[in-house]
Design a protein around this ligand. Sequence first.
Ligand code: FAD
Ligand code: N01
Length: 550
Amino acid sequence: MTDTTPIVDVLCVGAGFSGLYAAYKAAEKDWTFAGFETAPDVGGTWYWNTYPGARCDVESIYYSYSFSEELQQDWTWSQRFAPQAEILSYINHVADRFDLRRHFSFNTRVVASTWLPEAGLWELTLDSGETRRGRYLLAGSGGLSAPKDLDVPGLENFTGITVSTSRWNIPLSDLEGKRVAVIGTGSSAVQCIPLIAEVAKHLTVFQRTPNYVFPARNAALPNTVVDEIKSDYPAIREECRHSIGGIPERPVYDKAFDVSEEERRERYERAYELSGFNGVGAEFTDLLLDVKANETASEFVRGKIRQIVEDPAKAAVLEPRLHPLGAKRSCFGTDYYETFNRPNVSVVSLRDEPIETMTADSIVTKAGSYEVDAIVIAIGFDAFTGPLFGLNVSTPATGKLQDAWSDGVRTFLGIMTAGFPNFFMIAGPQSPALASNVVVTIEQAVDWITDLIEHAKDQGADVIEATAEGQDDWVTITEETVNQTLYATTDSWYRGSNVTGKPTTFLGYVGGVGKYRRMCTELAKRGYTGVEIGGETVNASIGRIDEEIA
Ligand code: FAD
Ligand code: N01
C-alpha cells in the first residue's frame, strides 16, 4: 500500500515541555510539524508522575516557559514549588493558548526511526504499524521518561498492591490502614514517604543509599512576590539563562576553609533556612570541587539528621556517608526526616540486608522477612538513553544508535550525534539538562536547533550532521569539565550506573547553562563549527573556542 501521508518538515517525539515548545517554534516559522506521544495527552513528566507529594523542586517562577511575555503575565503560580497537578494544568494551558495539541497524535508510540538517505528523510514507524516521513527528527522524548526495569529480586511473586511512583495509578486511600513498603530513597520517594506514612498502618522504607535531604520549605507565593516577579520577568529570565543552573544565583566568592569553623556553621545554618539549589550545597565555591570542603557541608547535614531523628539507630541508617553532598542529586522534602519519628515508620538498610526475594506477602532480606500489603517502587529511571534507544533510531550507514553508543554516549552539544543526519535531541545527554532547571535548557536547545535548520534552509541545504571532530571535542569538554568536580566520584543515574549493564559515562555538561549558551551562540556565529551543512563544514577546534569564551 502506498503511504499517502504528507511529508512534514519536522517530526517530533514527546509532548512534554520539549515537544510543545518545538511545536510552537515550528508554527512560528511556518513549518509543517507532526508530533507523537505515547500518553493520551500533553504533559510528559507531569502527566506520568502523579504520586502523592509530586512537585517540582526548582521554583515554579523559574521552572516555566519564558518565550511569551503574555503567558508569564497571565499565569500565576500558587506556591513556591507547584504540585504536579498545577504544573500539568499549566502545560495544558500552554497547549490550549497556543493551539499546540492539534500538532500531536496521542496514544501513539514511536517504535522505529529510520533514515532514508536517498530521500533525505526520516521515517517513523508507529505502534499501529503506520509510518510517517519528515525532513528533521526531534527527540523530545525526555531524560527521565523511561522507568527503570523492576530489578528488585522476586517482585513477580508478590500478590499485594504494587505501584510505581513513575506510573502511579491508585488513590492514596488504597494504602490506608495497610502495611506498606517503599523501595528507594531518591527524590520521588522523599516526596511521597511522608504522605504514605500518614495513612499506612505501618511503613517500612527500604533504603539502599542514604542521600542528603533538605527541607523544601514550600509555601504559598504571596501576591507581593508574584507582582514583583511579574514586573521584572524579562530581566529575571535573562539572569536564569546566563547562570550556572538556570536559576538566579546567590553570589558566593569564598571557599569553605577561607572562614572560621564558627562562621562556616553560621553560614550553613542560614543556607539551610533558604533551602533549594541555592542552599547549603551552594554556600562556598569549592563544595563540589574539594572533598574536604564538601565534608564540612555533609557533616552539617548529618548533624541536622541526628537532631531531627529521635532514635539514634534510625538516624545512623539515614545519615549519608557514601558520597559527597550534591554529587548525586540532592533531595528536597517536607517533614522527611521527621517522618521517621512516627511509631509506624521504620527503615531497613539494604546495604546491611539486601533483598533476596519476595513471597506472596513478604519482602525477604538477608536478615529477615517483612510482611507487607503493598509495595511502592521508587527506583528511578533509565535516564536519557532509555527513551532515546526506545526510538530505535538507525541509518543504513551507521546502524543503530544503541550500537553507536555501546561504549557510552557521544554527542555534539547534547543536541546531535555524528552519523545520524537531521536528528536532534532536545535537552539530550551531555547537554546541561542533567544539572539545570531543565526548561531553560529546553528553550535554548529548541531555539538553537530551529535557527540551525533555518540557516541550512537559507543555504538550500537539506542535510545537517554533526562532524566526528566536533563531537570528539564536545565529549572531551564534557569529560574534562566533570572530572574537575565531585560529580565524577559518585554512582547514580547521572553516570548511568543505576542501570545494570549500562556503560558509565557522565550524562550531562556541568559547565553551566550560561557558558553552554555562549558556546552554542559562538559556534552559530562562526557558521556552525562542528556541523556539516549540505556537505560543507567550518573547521575549527571547539576546544579552543571553549577556552576563548571561558
Ligand atoms: P518529558 O516531560 O519526559 O516528556 C517526554 C515525553 O515523550 C513523555 O510524555 C513520553 O511519554 C514521550 N515519549 C518518550 N518516548 C516516546 C516514544 N517512543 N513514542 C512516543 N512518545 C514517547 N526538572 C527540573 O528542572 N526541575 C524540577 O523540579 C523537576 N522535577 C521533576 C520531577 C519528577 C518527578 C521527574 C521525573 C522529573 C523532574 N524534572 C525536573 C525533570 C523533568 O523531566 C524535566 O524538567 C522536563 O519535564 C522534561 O521535559 P521533556 O518534554 O523534555 O520530557
Ligand atoms: O529516582 P532516583 P527518583 N533495589 O534514581 C534506589 C527527578 N525528580 O525517581 O542510590 C533497591 O533518584 C536507589 O538507590 P541507589 C530528579 O532529577 C525530581 O527518585 O541507586 N533500591 C535510589 O535510592 C531525580 O534525581 C523530583 O543505591 C533501588 C532510588 O531507588 C530523578 O527525577 C522528584 C534499586 C532511586 O532514586 C530521579 O528520581 C522526583 C533496587 N534494585 C524525581 N534500584 C523533584 O523533587 C534503585 N534503587 C522535583
